[in-house]
Design a protein around this ligand. Structure first.
Ligand code: SAH
Ligand code: ZN
Ligand code: ZN
Ligand code: ZN
Ligand code: ZN
Length: 493
């Protein structure tokens, strides 16, 4: 079973009703998924890895109702243990201390193994590609380490200096002095570099990341090996205590969380982990914060806006375009390259987040937020409507603003791309279960019954849509990554 479909129709993460503990894979507790039945079968639930969306990376699979024998459980535990890293974080900290005290010519890094080498280990890596390491390089692990490029679950896209500096300047200006970096190693790195420069107010940071290579460079109160899809700390209690200590705002040092999860990630589990972090923060506040959320910034593509706001209603999306050094598509638009679709979702008041004028942002007094200059305020909609950075235009028939490339289609009764397949609304596939266009499968009144055997007469706006198969048999299964790339391409039209 491939769970990479889970952001689209067909497979969904479900929150278990009872508090039965989920079985564990090497990445901590698994998530419960529900797969809509095919050809009249009911939905089925199964457990699969929370972090890896490709079975090649973690092949854990268990039907919800499966009874697992004691023998099997023991074997599974042994397997989970065997997949843990060979060295503990504590051990890598003492290695780092040794490494720091070496003579300059003894400091080496193995590119093939992605590890710092102590003199006694040079011999064993002599046939590998190794390089000398300067103090400056040691301070920039995100440059030194090869970005993971696993397309499905763990592609690492590193911020450009422009975006990372913008984030830090903004957070500093808002008075934050502690930054919880959840999957943002480059941000943590920049914080430490800035502290050395002594030009800015010092900031504290704690990196939570699943990439254990970072443990080589940071002490135990600077890095925790963490899975953000199930709020799992691989080091257990010890890391939990580190997080608690970090979230305690002693001497008025305000804390904020910044996360940049992999884009293929599931919104619901991420939102639930962030809520747990927020809860932990709330419990530690001395003043009355019983109904407050921890300030946060969640960096994610704009087309996830509805999903994110559904899960975290106190957030809003900003126009700021986040861009990356090593992502061919997601670069800053000003030089004529493609505009980045990645945005900031935050529960900090949008009017307090000043977007740079010299990069083409302005303040909209009506919306009380900074927007791209091209994002003109529409008097009829009373918002600055653009999501993708282009100037949108108002359609008086649809009574809303739409993408500039869309035209109103008389037969569909809505705006769409000029070459759209007439009669099928893209992105509005309707209910996967019964074919109705009125709701998604999640809200289907027939959800727990069998799927209707033929397309129910789907109606939308009183107009019957042409019948189409509920589940198109796929000639060849495309990968989740390919599908997402296609979706991206379609969304930017
Ligand atoms: N733009 C960021 C990096 C984002 S790439 C920066 O420049 O700092 C996504 C990050 O999330 C990577 O660091 C990756 O290791 C981490 N990550 C991926 N899956 C994760 C998971 N399940 N739990 C925690 N961190 C994860
Ligand atoms: Zn090596
Ligand atoms: Zn409008
Ligand atoms: Zn229209
Ligand atoms: Zn339905």
């Amino acid at each position: 079973m491939d769970v990479s479909d889970a952001n689209s129709l067909g497979i969904e993460v479900v929150v278990p009703q009872d508090d039965r503990a989920a079985p564990c894979c090497p990445h901590g507790p698994t998530l419960l998924f529900e797969k809509a039945g095919k050809g009249g079968a009911g939905a089925r639930r199964f457990y699969a890895c929370s972090a890896c969306r490709d079975r090649k990376d973690c092949n854990f699979f268990q039907w919800e109702e499966d009874k697992v024998s004691a023998v099997r459980l023991l074997a599974r535990e042994a397997e989970n243990r065997s997949k843990r890293s060979l060295i503990t974080h504590k051990e890598s900290c003492s290695r780092l201390r040794k490494f720091a005290s070496l003579r300059q010519d003894e400091k080496k890094f193995c590119r093939d193994c992605q590890t710092l080498l102590l003199p006694a280990e040079h011999e064993a890596h002599s046939s590998h590609r190794t390089t000398g390491i300067s103090a400056a390089q040691l301070a920039r692990p995100s440059v030194l380490l090869r970005p993971l490029d696993n397309k499905k679950s763990n592609a690492q896209y590193l911020f450009t200096d422009r975006s990372a500096n913008f984030l830090l300047d903004t957070l500093a200006a808002l008075g934050y002095r502690k930054v919880l970096c959840v999957g943002t190693p480059r941000l943590q790195e920049l914080i430490k570099l800035r502290n050395l420069e002594q030009k800015h107010e010092p900031m504290k940071s704690l990196l939570l990341d699943i990439d254990f290579r970072y443990a080589q460079f940071y002490s135990q109160d600077e890095f925790c090996h963490y899975n953000m899809f199930n709020h799992h700390f691989f080091d257990g209690e010890a890391s939990g205590a580190v997080l608690q200590a970090f979230l305690t705002e002693s001497e008025g040092q305000k804390a904020v969380m910044v996360s940049d999860p992999p884009f293929g990630g599931l919104v619901k589990p991420l939102a639930s982990s962030f809520s747990l972090i927020s809860q932990a923060w709330r419990k530690l506040q001395s003043s009355d914060c019983s109904n407050m959320d921890m300030p946060m910034m969640w960096i994610f593509p704009y087309f996830f806006e509805p999903r994110i706001l559904e899960c975290l209603p106190s957030c809003s999306m900003l126009d700021y375009q986040v861009d990356y050094d090593n992502h061919p598509l997601y670069k800053h638009g000003k030089t004529g390259r493609k505009q980045s679709p990645v945005r900031l979702f935050t529960n900090i008041s949008p009017r307090d987040i000043v977007l740079p004028k010299d990069e083409g942002y302005r303040f909209c007094a009506v919306c009380q937020r900074f927007v791209l200059s091209l994002n003109r305020h529409c008097a009829k909609c009373n918002i600055c409507p653009s999501k993708d950075g282009r100037e949108w235009k108002h359609c008086s028939t649809c009574k809303k603003c739409v993408k500039p490339s869309w035209r109103h289609c008389q037969s569909c009764g809505r705006c769409a791309l000029p070459d759209h397949p007439c009669g099928v609304s893209p992105g509005e596939e309707g209910c996967f279960n019964c074919g109705s266009m009125e709701h998604k499968r999640r809200a289907c009144p027939l959800k727990d019954t069998h799927r209707t055997s033929h397309g129910a007469k789907a109606k939308r706006g009183g107009k019957a849509l042409p019948r189409r198969p509920l589940l198109k048999p796929k000639a060849k299964r495309t990968s989740g990554a390919a599908r997402r790339a296609k979706k991206l391409a379609a969304l930017s039209k």
